[in-house]
Design a protein around this ligand. Structure first.
Ligand code: 13P
Length: 332
């Protein structure tokens, strides 16, 4: 278990965070299409190379979450991505859930697939690619007082806990991500209640499954008013509510908490993280906090790239500039 704690601590080392580059093929193609890039396997590989082989990222990144397609791919230098990341001290991780499907008991909600055959898949990733950690994402949708239902929260939490226990058995750190969606017109008060209920179900399930909390990382959304609510919260509002819920519901033995960006703009995700880091310090939060963004770290670079080789230096410069801002926000 000591090894798990060491990996977890490395992932949340001061000033560093995690790049989520684990979009499934379908999601990766949709993102590329936004910037006029055709969703072929080669374009996805070149797009990953832009980020994963950008010089200097090791100053800001402790880990990268990859999708299974990327694990087996090589960069433009002919070296496996996982190898070149590890050579720069960046821990490669792997998303191991198999996406979502409607929950039969409440079909407007989603449950995450992938428990079947998980143990075999895990040992393959670990032995072949030396991944140090994994991710499993559950989705929590808010709709008025109707959603989420208690049943969906409990079922997703049970699967997260089963996953976490299996991952720890093969000596990797599970990132536990119950993502409360930003989409919707709910208030920040409602988001706060839902995050509270979500975390309660998750930590109850982790206890029921005897998961070692000192060897997990929690990945969470911030407490925000819904994207379609017409309300833009101040960073201080977001930070106070987020830290309050986390301090009331996340045991101090958890070695770190990381945030997803959830569809916030890169600046919004940076400023909210800055306020959260400040509030955590002021209130004596027991765990290190950092970022594990996908969109907020990638958007500006993908826009600069637009699929053109000659734009790669500018795209990498945009990526590095955002990483620097987000990293500095942690220690401001
Ligand atoms: P975003 O930062 O784009 O929300 O993605 C993070 C993530 O890993 C979602 O599962």
């Amino acid at each position: 278990m000591t090894d798990l704690l060491a990996i977890a601590k490395t992932l949340v080392a001061p000033g560093k965070g995690i790049l989520a580059a684990d979009e499934s093929t379908v999601t990766a193609n949709k993102r590329l299409a936004l910037y006029g890039v055709e969703g072929t396997e080669e374009n996805r590989r070149v797009g990953r190379d832009l980020f994963l082989n950008a010089p200097g990222i090791e100053e800001y990144l402790s880990g990268v979450i990859l999708y299974s397609e990327t694990l087996a791919q090589k960069g433009n230098d002919g070296v496996l991505f996982t190898k070149s990341l590890a050579a720069r001290g960046i821990i490669p991780g792997i998303k191991v859930d198999e996406g979502t499907e409607p929950f039969p008991e409440s079909p407007d909600e989603l449950i995450t697939r992938g428990v079947l055959g998980l143990c075999e898949r895990l040992s393959g990733f670990h032995e072949t690619y030396h991944t140090g950690f994994t991710k499993w994402r559950a989705v929590v949708r808010i709709e008025g007082d109707r959603l989420p239902t208690a049943q969906a929260l409990v079922e997703n939490a049970k699967r997260l806990a089963t996953y976490a226990r299996d991952v720890q058995e093969v000596a990797m750190v599970p990132i536990i991500e119950p993502e409360m969606l930003y989409e919707g017109n709910h208030s920040r008060v409602r988001a706060k209640q839902v995050l509270e209920a979500t975390l309660k179900s998750v930590f109850d399930a982790l206890a029921d499954h005897s998961v070692d909390l000192s060897g997990v990382i929690l990945k969470t959304a911030m407490v925000l008013s819904g994207h379609e609510s017409g309300r833009m919260d101040t960073p201080e509002e977001v930070a106070n509510d987020t830290i309050e819920v986390l301090m009331a519901n996340v045991p101090a033995s958890v070695p770190g908490i990381v945030f997803l960006s959830g569809g916030q703009s890169p600046d919004q995700a940076t400023e909210n993280l800055r306020a959260i880091a400040k509030a955590a310090k002021e209130k004596g939060a027991p765990w290190p906090l950092t970022f594990s963004y996908a969109r907020a770290l990638q958007e500006e670079a993908l826009e600069a790239w637009a699929g053109k080789e000659e734009n790669i230096p500018a795209a990498r410069a945009a990526f590095l500039a955002r990483l620097k801002k987000v990293s500095e926000a942690l220690t401001a």
